[in-house]
Design a protein around this ligand. Structure first.
Ligand code: AMP
Length: 190
């Protein structure tokens, strides 16, 4: 079983690369951002709560996010493996994920990080905001807050997985195919 954490700042291309990885390795993709957006669309209680944080570019509280993630994993007992995209984003989330997976006799195989320069990220997200309709992609100050949240709370997870020999950084600039090939190369050595 391969369980991957896809890592990188907002706009690094995690969603795009996840699509290629899912089809190549037959994995279940869990994007916590997508699950929150679906809940917002359906006006669930979780969606209303998440929206108040997401609209500002802040992280949704750990307790809420962790419990949602566990539910999604539990709903896929048939999975051959998972790609966690946008999760974990904080140390408590990473620790909770370890404990939860261990309870199911599972573990993270690797964290694959897409490395992209900040200014490239802001430009990519502003461009995406023109088509995606995502409120958090339309405003430069919200985009910069999301990148700040990443450096304040999320970037530390590199050390968390590095200490376990599970961190792999991959250059996230180039064509989609080039970047996918770099990721496949790492996964095929696992
Ligand atoms: P994303 O689609 O991954 O860029 O996530 C969009 C927004 O959803 C983030 O800016 C957060 O507000 C929220 N979010 C997604 N995943 C998480 C997470 N693991 N922890 C907390 N908030 C999250």
């Amino acid at each position: 079983m391969i369980n991957l954490v896809l890592f990188g700042p907002p706009g690094a291309g995690k969603g795009t690369q996840a699509e290629n990885l899912i089809s190549k390795y037959n994995l279940v993709h869990i994007s916590t951002g997508d699950v929150f957006r679906k809940n917002i669309k359906e006006s669930t209680e979780l969606g209303l709560l998440a929206k108040s944080y997401m609209d500002k570019g802040d992280l949704v509280p750990d307790e809420v996010t962790i419990s949602m993630l566990k539910d999604v994993v539990d709903n896929h007992p048939e999975a051959k493996g998972f790609i966690f995209d946008g999760f974990p984003r904080t140390t408590p989330q990473a620790e909770a994920l370890e404990v939860f997976l261990a309870s199911k006799d599972m573990k993270i195989s690797a964290m694959l990080a897409l490395v992209v320069d900040d200014e490239v990220l802001v430009n990519r997200l502003l461009l995406r905001g023109k088509d995606s309709g995502r409120a958090d992609d339309a405003d430069e100050s919200i985009i910069r807050n999301r990148i700040k949240e990443y450096y304040n709370k999320t970037a530390i997870l590199k050390d968390f997985y590095d200490a376990k020999g599970k961190y792999f950084g991959v250059e996230g600039v180039g064509s989609i195919e080039e970047i996918s090939e770099r990721l496949y190369k790492v996964i095929d050595t696992l």
